[in-house]
Design a protein around this ligand. Structure first.
Ligand code: ADP
Length: 536
């Protein structure tokens, strides 16, 4: 067990600037019987990249308390990359203790300017190690360099800098409007936050979750996805180097049924933020209700409509609609999986779209000419192929693909052809369920009313798009779409400064933008009596 003395937190402001931050922000920690685990070095193409493998608690990479490890797989080959320490409930308990001690020991009342500086420092260290982080993310997920370097990486660094700027700008209200009182509100951190992230954007989701929580003075127990734990481990190394006090960010790698479940049910976790499937989101909400009613935010699945009107710029609509499914090879919750095309341009659009999707090069994700790498795991690969088979059985027409992709020199990677189904009906499984792969369904419509009804005929409500040059129509359609994000003449564009989240069964709450700060703060109302006599 760790014995903590967190006295260092309290004296932050008294320390002169010539003393390095790490010297005074790091608490004095005495450990008994905690064994730490060294980093491992990986050869990724021509790069040597080191990655920590331990469970990150109190700024130390520790061995699992149950002496468990699990293997991390390369989706391009199906072969193991390395083994890392596997957390269980015992490790979650240790992480929560560390996070609680850090929260109560001074982090929750630390100077917000310094929290902002730490976030900026982490962003700088990530920029320094950019190529290592990208290489790890590519190896672990199967992403292409284009995807990881143009989207995931800048999205992560941008998010850190954005919330660094917010740290000292989270304010309350004041009111002199109630006679005899002065009232004000304080925005206080919620406490220890459990954060559970998925495998499709391991780096980006890690940063989306930690940045607003840190900016507002919370502490964190993070669980990465078991399929893609490497960049979160790398970031924890940088969190330590940046000078974050011990216990502020803790990471327990492991599985949903053990680590995730322990977080969701923990009696000393105040809030849980989750991104993943709707089924797991439901289980987490239930766990909250059955444990301590911890606050819950959920970012869940989607089955998003993408509507093309005849007055759209068809070439651009084709390009954006291809991106709508090709981004991260369909492994995004906001993928544009249901395309609705007006009957006047249906044949023209389908032909152009099939041609564009057919030009997508599938292959080794480290080959710079490749657009689409392997799907992330055997489980996902089998699931996607199962949906493709079901679509065929249900009578949809395969316009493109519909099979495993043969990749020269591939040694068992999870490659699937970009696939287009037409002649789809709203009741088909491929039209109702989230496939999470490079599979898109195209349907025909004739009126605005009809297409709005079709677009909203889903249990999900994460994103939607409309392509038209008529701005009045664009407003009518975006107003009518029941989705947390609506795009006009574009697709799959998400920015850290704008709220992101779902209607209906796509989630609870919003991430990104100012909205995320609300998830991580409690509002306390304070009334001060300036002249009201006590009631008789
Ligand atoms: P996907 O189907 O996309 O893998 P999941 O919802 O299964 O989505 O996984 C998202 C994250 O949730 C992962 O980190 C996973 O380990 C975790 N998880 C899975 N099951 C549970 C559970 N019962 N409780 C908490 N977390 C879980």
């Amino acid at each position: 067990m760790a014995l903590l003395t967190l006295r260092a937190f309290r004296s932050i402001r008294a320390v002169p600037s010539w003393i390095p931050r790490t010297a005074y922000l790091r608490p004095t920690i005495r450990f008994s019987s905690i064994s730490t685990v060294p980093s491992e070095s990986l050869k990724i193409q021509n790069r040597d990249v080191s990655v920590p493998t331990g469970i990150f608690i109190n700024n130390e990479f520790r061995a699992s308390l149950t002496s468990s490890q699990f293997s991390v797989e390369n989706p391009a080959t199906g072969e193991p990359i390395l083994s890392i320490e596997e957390g269980r409930e015992e490790d979650v308990n240790a992480a929560v203790k560390a996070a609680r001690a850090a929260f109560e020991g001074g982090w929750s009342t630390s100077n917000p300017v310094e929290r902002g500086e730490l976030l900026n420092r982490l962003a700088q260290l990530m920029e320094r190690d950019k190529e290592d982080i990208i290489a790890l993310e590519m190896l672990d997920t199967g992403k292409t360099y284009k995807q990881a370097s143009n989207l995931d990486f800048p999205g992560s660094v941008g998010t850190l800098k954005y919330y660094a700027g917010w740290a000292d700008k989270v304010l309350g209200l004041t009111s002199f409007n109630i006679p005899g009182t002065f009232a004000y509100t304080r925005r206080e951190p919620v406490g220890v936050c459990g954060q559970i992230i998925p495998w499709n954007f391991p780096l980006l989701m890690f940063i989306w979750k930690i940045a607003p929580a840190i900016a507002t003075g919370n502490t964190i127990v993070m669980k990465s996805a078991e399929a893609t734990p490497l960049t979160a481990l790398k970031c924890c190394e940088l969190i330590k180097e940046a000078g974050f006090p011990a216990g502020v960010v803790n990471l327990v790698s492991g599985f949903g049924k053990t680590v995730g479940n322990a977080i969701a049910n923990h009696m000393d976790i105040d809030k849980v933020a989750f991104t993943g499937s709707t089924a797991t989101g439901r289980a987490i909400l239930k766990s909250s209700a059955q444990s301590n009613l911890k606050k819950v935010t959920l970012e869940l699945g989607g089955k998003s409509p993408n509507i093309i009107f005849p007055d759209a710029d068809i070439a651009k609509a084709v390009e954006w609609s291809a991106w709508g499914i090709n981004m991260n090879f369909g492994q995004t919750c906001h993928a544009g999986t249901r395309i609705y095309v007006h009957e006047q341009i249906y044949d023209e659009f389908v032909a152009a779209y099939a041609k564009r999707m057919g030009s997508i090069k599938v292959g080794d994700n480290f080959d710079p000419s490749v657009d689409q790498g392997p799907q992330n795991s055997k489980m996902q690969y089998d699931k996607i192929l199962g949906y493709i088979q079901k679509g065929k059985e249900e009578g949809a027409k395969v316009e493109l693909g519909g099979n495993v992709a043969e990749v020269d020199g591939s040694k068992g990677g999870y490659y699937i052809q970009p696939t287009i189904f037409s002649n789809t009906r709203p009741d088909m499984k491929i039209m109702r369920e989230e496939i999470f792969g490079p599979v898109v369904c195209i349907s025909k419509f004739s009126t605005e009313e009809e297409v709005l009804e079709l677009a909203n005929d889903t249990t999900y409500g994460l994103a939607a798009a409309v392509h038209t040059k008529d701005y009045e129509r664009a407003l009518r359609i975006t107003n009518g779409l029941k989705a947390g994000t609506a795009w006009v003449n574009m697709y799959n564009f998400v920015h850290w400064s704008i709220p992101f989240g779902g209607y209906k069964q796509s989630g609870l709450g919003r991430e990104c933008g100012e909205a995320a700060l609300e998830n991580y703060t409690e509002v306390k109302a304070v009334y001060m009596n300036t002249g009201i006599p006590a009631p008789q």
